[in-house]
Design a binder for this molecule. Structure first.
Ligand SMILES: Cc1ncc(COP(=O)(O)O)c(C=O)c1O
Length: 300
């Protein structure tokens, strides 16, 4: 909703990163093909995260948006959102951050990051229901955003030929909504806030799992970035990622897989087709990590 609320004209530039999620990139390409704007992925630095120097060098008067994935779907990388925010602020360019993978496992503060728009989902580290999520929009950019569709909740019909759009971020909502889902998302958020900071625990468990997997024969760990979170991705030589998932599931260990088309730029660049993704949370134990690593070591 936030991205489709922006207006682009021919020659405008949309800057993004190498690990952008398919749903975001498809939307960029869609809008670019309609408007004549261009989409450019800023290269990575030596850590495999967005290069702040390259981003700075790419800035000119035609850049109308910086839109970035905070934590990708295919790895533990945490992109340096706050330095990107400083570049965006200095240049006066709106900054949209996709925090779907980061919210719930680390502090995410729109003031520290300096983003103008931020999207989050309920179904990942917040452990809320599927198909719930939220959008933050800074008041200062609100007037520049026209939602792609409006109804009587987003706007008021004030004269036969006129409506007035709401002055707040509810302009991105609709009248009809899934109240049960929203209440459940609120419960998940309250739960997360009551837990307090869990980042150190999640990062430590992720780090331990990576270290143990690296020491396991036939296993390659694929996470990049100077800062790595609780998402751990790996492959096992000679065993397809889907088969790894299936065999682990039979031992009551839940992992997921991540395919090339979800983060096409990054996966193609690294020559990867499919990864196994294990996401640890604060409640996982060192014993469970042992069990996972042992199960991976015994895969056939
Ligand atoms: C980076 C990123 N953004 C957005 C999403 C989408 O979240 P949802 O499908 O809950 O909207 C995902 C899901 O994997 C993701 O990895």
């Amino acid at each position: 909703m936030a991205f489709y609320s922006m207006r682009f004209t021919p020659g405008d530039r949309i800057l993004t990163g190498m690990v952008e999620y398919a749903s975001n990139y498809i939307a960029y390409l869609h809008v670019a093909s309609r408007t004549g704007a261009s989409v450019e992925a800023i290269p990575n630095d030596e850590h495999g995260q967005i290069s702040i120097d390259a981003l700075r060098r790419a800035i000119d008067g035609r850049v109308k948006l910086i839109s970035l994935t905070h934590v990708p779907t295919n790895g533990g990388l945490v992109n340096p959102a706050a330095p990107v925010g400083r570049v965006a602020r200095t240049a006066g360019i709106p900054f949209l951050l996709d925090a779907c993978q980061s919210v719930g496992q680390m502090p995410v503060d729109v003031e520290t990051i300096g983003c103008d728009m931020l999207s989050g989902t309920g179904r990942k580290y917040l452990r809320g229901p599927r198909a719930t999520g939220f959008l933050y929009v800074r008041g200062a950019v609100l007037d520049r955003l026209e939602p792609p569709f409006l109804d009587l909740h987003a706007a008021t019909w004030v004269a036969p030929d006129r409506y007035v759009v709401r002055p707040d971020a509810r302009r991105f909502e609709n009248w009809e909504t899934n109240y049960a889902g929203k209440i459940a998302l609120g419960v998940a958020v309250d739960y997360a806030l009551a837990l307090g900071p869990i980042r150190d625990r999640v990062y430590a468990l992720g780090g331990l799992l990576r270290e143990r997997l690296r020491a396991t024969p036939r296993v390659q760990v694929h996470d990049q970035g100077a800062e790595r979170c609780g998402i751990v991705t790996f492959t096992v030589d000679g065993i397809d990622a889907a088969a790894v998932q299936e065999q682990l599931a039979s031992r009551r260990i839940n992992v997921h897989t991540s395919s090339q088309s979800s983060t096409l730029l990054d996966m193609q660049r690294r020559g990867l087709t499919k990864l196994v993704r294990a996401s640890v949370h604060y409640y996982n134990t060192e014993g469970e990590i042992d069990r996972l690593v042992g199960a991976v070591a015994s895969l056939r």
